[in-house]
Structures are given as C-alpha cells and as structure tokens.
Write a protein that binds this ligand. Structure first.
Ligand code: GSH
Length: 297
C-alpha cells in the first residue's frame, strides 16, 4: 500500500545518495598521490636473505631497523632509494626461522636484461632454479623461476633497461572480475593489461598506478575453477602511499573492503596508516606520504 510506496521512495533516495557518495570518493581516490612503496614479508634468516638478494639479484641493502621491544628486525632492499622506488621490506621475528608460504602467494617479478646470465650466476652461488630460462608457455617473454632461501618464488623476466627492476607482486585470486573492480574502485588502480590463457586455464590482470615498464604492478592470477587459496603465514602485505589515510579508509569501506586497522597515527612513531583486506583476504597498508618521507630522513 501507501507505506510501501513511501519506503520504496526512501530506499531510492538512499540509493541515489550512496551512489553520489561513491562517485565523490572515487574521484578523490583517482586524484590521490598513490605509489606502491614496498612489499612486506617474513624471513627466517635475515643475513642469509640479504646475502642472496645482494649477490644473486643485484639489490642494495637500503636500511635496517631493530625493534627489540617488539622482538623483530626489518631490512629494506631494492634497486634504488625508497623515496622513488618500490622495495622489499623483510621482517625477521626473533626466534622464528620457518614460515609457511601457502598456495595463494605467487611470486615477485624481477626484470633483468639477460635471464640466462642471471640464472647462471644464481646457480653458481648455490641458488635454487625451479624453472629454466625460456619463453613463457603461451607467449614470447623469456622467463625463469628461482627460489630464495625461504622458498619465495622470483620470476625473472627478460626486458630492456628499466628504472624499476622489482616489477611485480603476483597473488592468486578466486574471482578476477571481483578483484579488478575492487582494485580499480577502492584503490584507484588502473587495469593495465588483462590476458586470458585458456590453453593453460588461467587469466591474469595487471593492476597499478602507472605504465608497467616504469612502475611496479600487482599481478592478479585466476586459475579456472579455483575459488580459494591457503595464504600461509609468510607473505604479509603491500604498502601504498596516500595523501590522506582517513579518506582512503572511507573509500575502501564504500567499495566493499574490510578495514582491519582504522586510520590514525601509529603509537610511538606517529606515522598515519590504515590497513584493509581485499575480497580474497589479501592485506594492504596505506601510509601517509608526508609521514613516510619523514621516516626516511
Ligand atoms: N597456474 C599458474 C599459477 O597459478 O601460477 C597460472 C599462472 C601462470 O601460469 N603464469 C605464467 C607462468 O608461470 C606466467 S604469466 N608460466 C609458467 C611457465 O611458462 O613455465
């Protein structure tokens, strides 16, 4: 009757205003100053990993910090300074020498000019090669896969010189369209490339904040029919810079993300952050750009 007409009109008005709020949030997210800062994961022996990354992968040790009160140490490594490059942040927890990598984490991608040469070097240093150099199945790019001391996979991709050799973080997802929509809307990423590979029963989507040849990307992989993965306890998260963690959290909530850490300053250091989970449960931390720059000083 009349009441349901009124309730119906109320719902429509509410839906319309939600749409307006979502659009406004999306516009802000698109204009925000975002960049992938680092990828965080746990290792069982910091010195061993640092040695492997510097000697075999050509990374530099950028900084190290020990937080004895919390019983962990961080080491940052990469191919250039943190104020302009995507880097790895290793976490060593006192007394923990082994982690479960799980099945959801894929690999970190490293662009190198000569995959065979890099693989030879890795073999000479006693590293593990799990896939010999050669064209990727169903494509032309020469690749190889290697494993670091904890069993994290690195895909070596043959490319010309690049300012950002640490070029991919590959994570497996249970619904590619759902993941693309989330990273576009809630994170303001761009869908840079999408490829279906029916012969090998998977699809991938490259998502990021700028063209793939100059910026790191999140490579989402969907394997036909696989809706869920065990995530283990080794891989942690990607950190992304933002001008406003509060607005960032609002946008994530509007687009179906789960905030696991409300926006605000971290006790002790004061850096403003917020953390969330994507629809597959992969974690991301957003860090205030100015606070992050201050941390590097
Ligand atoms: N089932 C694979 C997975 O989940 O890792 C699908 C992803 C995939 O196959 N990716 C390509 C690959 O690893 C690279 S884009 N190819 C293996 C090869 O060429 O040996």
């Amino acid at each position: 009757g009349r009441n349901s007409v009124i309730v119906g009109a109320g719902n429509m008005a509410q839906q319309a205003s939600t749409a307006v709020i979502q659009e406004t949030a999306l516009e802000w997210v698109k204009k925000d100053n975002r960049r992938m800062l680092h990828v965080v994961y746990r290792v069982g022996d910091l010195d061993k990993t640092i040695k492997f990354y510097t000697e075999c992968l050509g990374m530099k040790l950028l900084r190290k910090r020990d937080i004895p009160e919390e019983r962990y140490t961080n080491a940052f490594l990469g191919y250039g300074p943190e104020d302009s490059h995507f880097v790895v942040e290793l976490t060593y927890n006192y007394g923990v020498d082994k982690y479960d990598i799980g099945a959801g984490f894929g690999h970190f991608g490293i662009a190198v000019e000569d995959v065979s040469k890099t693989v030879d070097l890795i073999k000479a240093k006693g590293g593990t090669v799990t896939r010999e150099p050669g064209p990727v199945k169903g494509g032309n790019t020469v690749i190889a896969f290697i494993e670091d001391p904890d069993g994290y996979k690195f895909e070596l991709l043959e490319r010309g010189p690049t300012p950002e050799p640490l070029c991919q973080v590959m994570l497996r997802v249970g619904d590619l369209e759902r993941a693309i929509e989330f990273y576009e809307k809630a994170f303001g990423m761009e869908l840079l490339r999408k490829k279906d590979n029916p012969d090998y029963k998977y699809s991938i989507a490259m998502m990021g904040y700028g063209p793939e040849d100059k910026n790191p990307v999140l490579e989402l992989t969907y394997n036909y029919g696989v809706k869920e993965y065990d995530k283990g306890n080794a891989y942690a998260q990607i950190a992304i810079g933002t001008d406003d963690v509060y607005k960032t959290a609002e946008a994530i909530k509007l687009y179906g993300g789960t905030i696991t850490r409300e926006p605000g300053p971290l006790p002790g250091i004061g850096t403003k952050i917020t953390a969330c989970l994507d629809p597959d449960g992969w974690k991301t931390v957003f860090v205030d750009n100015i606070d992050f720059t201050r941390e590097l000083e």
